[in-house]
Design a binder for this molecule. Structure first.
Ligand SMILES: Nc1nc2c(c(=O)[nH]1)N[C@H]1C(S)=C(S)[C@@H](COP(=O)(O)O)O[C@H]1N2
Ligand SMILES: [Mo]
Length: 538
């Protein structure tokens, strides 16, 4: 064989697999586009990528999830979705190539993906019924048919090879396939898929526009009990210290929602029911706004926050006092003979968060919050209503997009995170963080401002100390206290000497407890240990 002929043969032998792969990709694209359109009619969350992603999140082992939150932060969801898409692309290519030889089985393989997507959608806790399977099923049927016909164009004209693989010889000849038919069908399929996908996007966009309009229409009433003015001395004039009030755009976000729920406040309802509830109620958003509102500064912290980590923020919230509402429903705390010791909050996306009724009703400012730093809650932070309980980690207190409150007991029910190795009850641990200098900074010798924040919500911070290397603990200057439910800034004027140094901080809360030096991981009830920063003084 001449080199030339050999070359042509190699090229031809690669053309068919490449076209098979292309067919698979086109089928996959069609599946996602059709599913997107159907999902727009059903629920955006019922789309296969979101459903499979959500199911994956729920089944991810806690250490992996915790690692993802720590390393990717809010991007963990983007990383997951890209991973799912990459897997789909690989499977689509493989199925396309496989279908060249086993056309029917290959096409049927596409249906299998529909089944996986449908099963994932139906297994979601927020699934609203069998219709949730439709996006995956319809998408897969269309894609299977498309793959079948595309592969048909690649097979010898006038001969329809079946699953016995009799078209095998064809590949070596690389001739006889319906070139024109394939190009036309492939182009038409790609164009139709793109159009379908865009239409689906546009339609699902209209629902979130309604929700956005309902948010734009919210006028927060003036609170009957406004927050005390933040003391002037609560905000130190030091560069690089976390601002006392975290702006909404900088507030950390931790949740399992692949698609941020866009709830229309005009149709939103909250039901309160369960054990010991003698007068169950269902409230609308307007019902809440008509009640007496209180405004409070509360610092929220995530149990997944590592020592020195970023998942803590402080905001000025407006909301309804949850304890009053519960009392009106006949709920009593266990210490007063109440039958329920756990309050389970459920969100529109199926999240369940269990809080101790005793804490919610012990006089602290547990809220059904509607406002955050002067505006309605941002969608990512739970619009229209979320819960907050000062002193408890977010996963046991701060349900976003809340729609149901059920009174029950810790013996009878484990909420979402508790089923995944986290503790049933989790008060926030006393913690402190060095915001400046940053790790590996190279400050000049002389006066160096060391500063940061410390928190022990609902207990309050009484003392912060800094240690240089293995030296004695030196008391830091504490900023004025806003309330015991908020964090407190601190600073320490360090006479820095040249060389490498390790700065360590520890806080003491109002119960007299000194922040422990014992290091523990975040699972099951929050990280402990002390934050250190290594710097080189020049
Ligand atoms: N619906 C819902 N609410 C949720 C969560 C969630 O995943 N879904 N995560 C909780 C956790 S773990 C924390 S720390 C806080 C974070 O609130 P933020 O995102 O507004 O900062 O929300 C809580 N409320
Ligand atoms: Mo959290």
């Amino acid at each position: 064989m001449t080199d030339d002929k050999k070359q042509t043969r190699i090229t031809r032998s690669l053309v068919r697999p490449a076209l098979g792969a292309l067919s698979g990709l086109l089928a996959g694209f069609a599946a996602l586009a059709v599913a997107e359109l159907v999902a727009a009619g059903v629920r955006p969350q019922a789309g296969p990528v979101i459903a499979v992603g959500g199911a994956a999140i729920d089944r991810t082992p806690t250490p992996v999830k915790d690692w993802a939150i720590r390393n990717f932060g809010t991007n963990d969801k983007l990383v997951l979705q890209l991973g799912i898409l990459a897997a789909l692309v690989l499977f689509a290519i493989a199925l396309g190539v496989f279908a060249l030889r086993y056309r029917r089985t290959g096409a049927a393989g596409v249906l299998l993906f529909g089944v996986v997507g449908a099963a994932a959608a139906l297994s979601r806790p927020d699934s609203t019924g069998l219709t949730d399977a439709l996006p995956s099923v319809v998408g897969a049927v269309v894609a299977a048919a498309l793959l079948y016909f595309l592969i048909g164009r690649l097979q010898i004209r006038g001969q329809a090879p079946d699953d016995t693989g009799s078209a095998r010889d064809d590949s070596s000849r690389g001739e006889g396939w319906d070139r024109r038919g394939f190009v036309i069908l492939a182009t038409a399929a790609a164009a139709a898929s793109a159009g379908t996908g865009l239409l689906g996007r546009a339609l699902s966009g209209s629902k979130s526009r309604e929700a956005a309009a309902s948010r734009a229409d919210v006028v927060l009433p003036a609170p009957a009990s406004p927050a005390d003015a933040i003391p002037k001395g609560a905000q130190l004039r030091i560069r690089d210290v976390s601002p006392f009030t975290t702006p909404n755009k900088d507030f950390y976000r931790v949740d399992t929602a692949l698609v941020v729920p866009k709830v229309d406040a005009t149709t939103w309802k909250l039901r309160i029911h369960g054990k010991g509830v003698t007068r169950p109620v269902t409230l609308t958003f307007d019902d809440l706004l008509r009640r007496e509102l209180i405004e409070r500064d509360i610092t929220l912290t995530c149990v997944s926050n590592e020592v020195g980590g970023p998942y803590v923020g402080n905001a000025r919230w407006i909301g309804v006092r949850l304890a009053d509402l519960l009392a009106e429903c006949g709920v009593k705390p266990p210490s007063k003979g109440g039958r329920a010791d756990q309050l389970v909050a459920r969100s529109v996306d199926g999240m369940t968060i269990g809080s101790p009724v005793e804490d919610v009703m012990d006089g602290r400012d547990a809220l059904l919050a509607v406002g955050m730093n002067g505006e309605p809650l941002p969608f990512v932070h739970g619009f229209p209503v979320r819960m907050l309980v000062p002193g408890l980690f977010g996963y046991v207190s701060a349900c976003k997009w809340i729609q149901d409150i059920e009174l029950t007991s810790f013996d009878d029910y484990d909420a979402y995170w508790v089923k995944r190795d986290w503790a049933r009850q989790a008060p926030i641990k006393t913690q402190s963080r060095i915001d400046t200098p940053k790790p590996f900074a190279r400050p000049k010798a002389g006066s160096v401002m060391v500063a940061g924040v410390a928190w022990a919500q609902h207990r309050g911070i009484d003392k912060v100390e800094v240690r240089v290397d293995d030296g004695p603990w030196q008391e830091a200057r504490l900023a004025a206290e806003d309330s015991r439910d908020t964090w407190r800034q601190w600073s320490y004027d360090w006479r820095a000497t040249e060389g490498g140094h390790t700065l360590t901080v520890r806080a003491t809360d109002r119960t007299g407890t000194v922040q422990t030096e014992k290091r523990t991981g975040t699972v099951p009830d929050g990280a402990s240990g002390r934050h250190s920063v290594v710097v080189t003084v020049e």
